[in-house]
Design a binder for this molecule. Structure first.
Ligand code: ATP
Ligand code: MG
Length: 225
């Protein structure tokens, strides 16, 4: 696929709104690199790095990891992977999550002349999300997400690509999940402010990933092809 200009996109959406699923689908249709803050944190926890050790407590009780830790982690990744230039296509899922994170990211991108050019907010009814989360299983190493009802693995409880076992995230319990949702509803206001002002924010609404994806794909095609 030939793009008219590079894609630098952010996916916003409540926990469980399907950011990971939409990312996987975009990767099949467009030549982009993706980075999920949650996946990166989970792999740091698994490897017991200093960032992982700091992050673990916050994550298991459903709070946000401190801004400074997240900003250093994600902008560090952007730099070491050489994404801060005018030609690399990339997508971020889960970062920024707070207004200070958004402002810092804008500074870094602005200084390298590669600003965000699309921010998409996935809007899924939160009553559905809570039901759905019980059926969510993940492949930890890749970040691939399955839903036993909507998007089941080919072999029950096994990852489609590697055949490795799927697991439940330990922050996907009802109580912790509600706390994450509440936190999201608070933080999203500041993020919307930043991105509405820049004129890059689009909202896509739907009850399932199958309803959302065609709209997302069309939006990306309209803007970048
Ligand atoms: P989902 O993966 O279902 O979309 P989510 O967005 O809540 O849900 P992740 O993005 O996987 O989940 O993040 C898991 C946890 O990692 C968060 O609850 C939070 O503790 C921490 N985290 C991830 N990204 C950030 C961030 N940008 N700032 C602060 N904490 C973060
Ligand atoms: Mg996710």
């Amino acid at each position: 696929m030939k793009l008219s200009h590079p894609i630098r996109v952010l996916l916003l959406g409540a926990p469980g709104s399907g950011k990971g699923t939409q990312t996987s689908r975009l990767l099949k249709d467009f030549p982009i690199n993706s980075l999920s803050s949650g996946d990166i944190l989970r792999s740091q926890i698994k490897e017991r790095t200093p960032v992982g050790i700091t992050a673990q407590e916050y994550i298991t009780n459903g709070s946000l990891v401190p801004d400074k830790v997240m900003i250093d982690l994600i902008t560090g990744h952007l730099k070491t992977h050489n994404w801060l230039n005018s030609s690399t296509n990339w997508l971020l899922d889960g970062f920024p999550r707070t207004k200070p994170q958004a402002i810092e990211l804008n500074k870094v991108l602005g200084s390298r002349s590669c600003p965000l050019n699309l921010v998409v907010e996935l809007d899924v009814p939160q009553s559905l999300i809570l039901q759905r989360i019980e059926a969510r299983w993940v492949h930890l190493n890749s970040g691939r997400v399955y839903n036993l009802d909507y998007n089941p693995p080919k072999v029950p409880y096994k990852d489609d690509i590697t055949g490795e076992p799927l697991t439940k995230r330990d922050d996907d319990t009802a109580a912790v999940f509600q706390k994450r949702l509440d936190g999201y509803n608070e933080e999203i206001k500041g993020l919307r402010q930043v991105y509405e002002e820049e004129g890059v924010l689009f909202k896509i609404s739907g009850e399932t990933s199958d309803i959302i994806y065609p709209q997302l794909k069309q939006l990306v095609l309209d803007k970048f092809s």
